[in-house]
Design a protein around this ligand. Sequence first.
Ligand SMILES: Cc1ncc(COP(=O)(O)O)c(C=O)c1O
Length: 403
Amino acid sequence: MKNNIITYGRQSITKDDIDAVIDALQSDYLTQGPKISEFESKFAEYIGCKYAVAVANGTAALHLCTLALGVKDGDKVITTPITFAASANCVKYCGGDVIFSDINPLTYLIDIESVKHKLTISPHGTYKGLILVDFAGRAVNLEDYKKLADEYNLWIIEDACHAPGGYFVDSNGKKQNCGNGNFADLAIFSFHPVKHIACGEGGMITTNNFDLYNKLLKYRTHGITKTNSEFLNSTLFANGELPLNEEDQKKYPTWYMEMQVLGFNYRLTDFQAALGISQLNKANNGLKRRIEIASKYERAFGGKSWIKRQSGSVEGHAYHLYIIEIEKRLELYNFLKTKNIFTQVHYIPTHLMPYYRVLGWEEGSMPFAENYYKGCLSLPMYPTLTDEEQEFVINQISNFFEK
Ligand SMILES: Cc1ncc(COP(=O)(O)O)c(C=O)c1O
């Protein structure tokens, strides 16, 4: 094997992706064109939900969700410390307070018992919502959280950035796809290059709730609506009357629009959407390959005393990341680097970031998350990783611990 550089994750761009982008670049629309709605409807079909809204990136998706759910100053929202910072930051964008809740040390997902504890020791109404992360690609059991959410009147955002194609099995034995909107109010995805579907930058929000969907559309484009039936400002509208029916509406000028709320420009471009559609066509194959790679790691490392893996079966896991916990993490990381294998750490606990420490979060407050961080390492996991490359990775790690 030639000594390729092996990273923890990477995009896979083929000729059909390039052709799709070139076609979009040569079309009439670079942005706000037909590729956006095509991507949205194909993505919604893939996930199995009613509505999808394409946006500039996963962070914008999270911000639009907290806006649409009406997060405001002082609203308390619970989330996990083991995630990318954006899962928590979106609460701060709207003035809310992030309340971290510790992880389960076996699954690495937010621990439902720790969330329950928080809810039961506080007066009803203390918390407004939950942001639950399908971390590494392992689906959170949202059915269990929905019961809690109903009892405590909470909304749920599912951060499914790591998990397109992942699922959990509900109490009726039915597969529930990550982001399908059956239990969460809103779900979000990212199309950053290391994710399953790459758009360069990009994101998607999925939901089954029409009112939230409508709000998201408005907030995505400056808070503007062009839908006649929603207009509020009748005095500026032609002869001062709101159109009564569809026939009348057609007589009114198409240039008229209203900015009704303070929104943003969080749009995706048409050429990014074209890439997203082309990538989506290959998503099932990519996922299959990720599961193959994970199964091979499981076989290689299962039963080894020097390694701990995320617990649970490979079924339903979307394997954005394959994570191990080991002692001597830094030594292994540096050793692998000398072999051109570039692993990564996901994540430094968000509550220990300087920004959150200033807000009062301290070391020792999330013991399972902090302990996990001491030993976690993400191994190479992407569909174009070859068998030979993976064997090289496995052999190097085994040599490091066993020689
Ligand atoms: C769990 C999680 N949430 C949110 C995001 C933010 O997505 P983006 O990078 O597209 O803004 C990421 C991206 O790394 C992520 O991993």
